[in-house]
Design a binder for this molecule. Sequence first.
Ligand SMILES: [Cu+2]
Length: 624
Amino acid sequence: MKKALSAVSGIAVGFLAATVFFAEFGGSATPTSTASSDERSKAEQVYVPFGEHDDYYLMNSGGHSGQLFVYGVPSMRHIRTVPVFTPDPATGYGYDAESKEMLGDYTWGDFHHPALSETDGDYDGNFLFATDVANNRVAAIDLEDFHTTDIMEVPNIGGPHCAAFVTENTEYLFLPTRFSLPFEDPHASLDDFSEEYRGVLSAMIFDQEQKTFDIGYQVALPPWSYDKARAGKGVSGEWAVITTYNTEEATTNLEINASQADRDFIVLFNWKGLEEMVANGEYEEFNGEKMVFPENIDEHIYLVPVAKSPHGVDVTPDGTRFIASGKLAPAMTVFSFESAFEAIENEDFSGERNGIPVLNYESVMEREVDPPGALGPLHTQFDDRGNAYTSMFISSEVVKWNVDSGEVLDRHDVYYSPGHLVAAHGDTVEPHGNYLVSLNKIAKNNFLSVGPSHPESMDLFDITGDEMVHLSTTPVNPEPHYGQMVHRDVLDPFHVYPQDESDPLAVYDQNDTRIERNGDHVEVFGITMRSKFIFDATAERPDVIEVNEGDTVTIHLTNTDFDQDITHGFGIMDYDLNFEQMPGQTKTLEFVADKSGVFPVYCTNFCSALHQEMTGYLIVNPKE
Ligand SMILES: [Cu+2]
């Protein structure tokens, strides 16, 4: 495994190069002019010399921007924005026919927790999954080209905040939801919340060959809010855990009313058992889905009491324990999966809620870890030496502690108010134990002021030693709810779309370019290449499309520059249309020519010395 080794060699190379760099440009690198040698060594650790690449990809959710942000670690440089739930003119996502259909009519999404696909409990680099809390959508980003490949709107659910968390071999992604909604009667009154509402969990399946989602089954959970979820690993591989809050079933002023009970619950369920039940036809058809009702079965779904209003729940790399962090209780609670299985076996229950057995807290809980003065524990990541790292939202720090003993080993401030932490492979069976990033909600005055709205921020830590070393702080696009840090060797993106002779819309030879008219439908089969558009090679002006006002126009374009990084664009002035076209790619634009006149078209993505000449015209003749 590369991990620590590459970090160490990276530091050594970085040190050499940085020495040269700082020697040459000594005066301009302001922070070093007054920095101690200790500070310089931090700078060298995050410096990636020209010609070298970062060790890790950090893929952060972009919250209500609906986008994915990709950074390099340790440099923390922003490398790419990938649009997922939101249209993006820079790439034409949401403009071309295929992505427009995928997005539907939505103009925003609330991208929460990203999850990489896994094989044997570690990232396999194939896909990244995302959920949209605002519009009940789930998306897959293909990591071969870093583009969104499928989006599905999931019925019956109310904001998949807990998602997406995948099982060890990406059998399922679970989408438990933040809001409970009316179940049978879509207009059921809030007065009847406890009887008429449900918080539905959706077990999603992703077909990696077809690159499409499907729903395996759904579970009609009690009318509570579901906050975070994790799939088990190894011994707990067939199980998953979800935190709940508002088990008070309050319908207003949740700040107070959902914080009354001393304990909420973790839902512990056996996804494999539920899968087998559903395969045997033991479910009820509900609104087109296979729905399981926990109160009607006597196995597979249990509740574990937990300190009030928990937020995160995380599973240790070896899969033996799950750790809940109570945002209103200052402790991390360590639970044993094996004790839970034993309690289930022995029916060691303290009662039931909504028809679901509640396991005896004392039997399942292993220890409560309560570092003095540490407030607001939220999320936990892991290293490769048996240690856990938990973010403290209120006391703005990371606490490092040993999972086996509960001993607190180190604490370090972050700047400020951390939500999630993300470590290198930090939620897999094999964490790398070298880098940890704190995703902070607040930056205050860390960066140049850009007005009243301050950026969020990321703190990078070196966690290879006994003490965490703070390396850098970086502004970050809002809002990173979570991230995935994956080693660069796991991914292998391609650079040019392969020629696809079976695609009837693709044109690879200038002689095949053409403009076809069928009634009031005009269809263009054209080419983009350095440095021109060819819509019809036989025409007097091959770079002109002439249509009549009111025509439906379909333009298929193929970029025939099969060269790395020769990307073109296609923008039509005054028609609010633009897309990016990567090497070898075929894309389609569809619109109604509802304005007459002469409209320049041009390449929007700088491509060559004669990029400025890469133009043409759309001529729309007025109605007679
Ligand atoms: Cu171009």
